[in-house]
Design a protein around this ligand. Sequence first.
Ligand code: NI
Length: 262
Amino acid sequence: MELFDSHAHYNDEKFENDREQVISSVKAEGITKLICVGYNIKSSKEAIKIANKYDFIYSACGISPNDIPQTEQELWKDIEKIKKILQTGDKKIVAIGEIGLDYYWNKENAELQRKAFLEQIKVANDNDLPIVIHTREAVSDTIDILKNKIDVNNKGIFHCCPLNRELVKEALKLGFFISLAGPVTFKNSKNANEIIEMIPLDKLLIETDSPYLSPEPLRGKRNDSRNVKYIAQKIAEVKQMKLEDIAKITYENAERIFKMRK
Ligand code: NI
C-alpha cells in the first residue's frame, strides 16, 4: 500500500537533528509521495531544497497568514521574493502555500492577511499552480475572497480543513479539495464523522501537517508522515471502505491536483 502525505513540514526545526533519518523511514514505510510546505520565505526555500534532495518529495512555497510581515511594504517585498523563486522554473514546486487567513492567532492584521492571500492567489494563477489554503476562525472572509474577489484558476486544497460544516460545504461548491489531518482522529472532534461523510471521494486528500497534530493514538508526540495511515484508517471506517482503497483514491487525487505523473 502506498500513501501520499499532502502536507508536511520537514523544513521545521523540529526535524533539525534527524531529518534524513525520518525522511528515509517515511519512504520505507510506503509514503511514496509527499509535499513539503513552506510558510515564509526561509521555510519555502528550505522546502525547495529538501524537495530537490529526495525524488519522492515535492514543495509548496508561500507566506502563511501567521508569518506575514508587519507592514504592507515588507509584504510586497516578500511576495516579490516568491515570484523570483518561481522564476527559477523548479519543476518540483507544485503549489503556492500555505496561504490564507488566521484570525485565531492574529486578528489585528486581518486586512493585511487578506491582501497577502489575494496577491498570492494571483501569483498562483500566473504560474498555473494550485493553492494550499490555511484557514482558522475566518470562514466567511476566506469564502468571500474565493467566491467574490478572485477566480482561482487551479482551485486547490483546504489543508488540515477545519471541521466546520459551512466551510466544507462552500469549499466543495467552489470545487476545492478537502485535506484531512490528525484532528479527525481526536476523541473530542465531535463532528469528524459527519464531515468525512460530506466529502465526496474525488475531493478527498490526507495529510499529517508534521511535525504538528499527531493523530490518535500518538497525540502530543512529534508527528511524521508515517502516521498518515491513521487518517486514512479513520476515513475508511467512517466511509465503510477498505484502507487500501482510501489510500489509492487519495493518492490519485493528490497526483491530479498537483499535476504529477507516477
Ligand atoms: Ni502546515
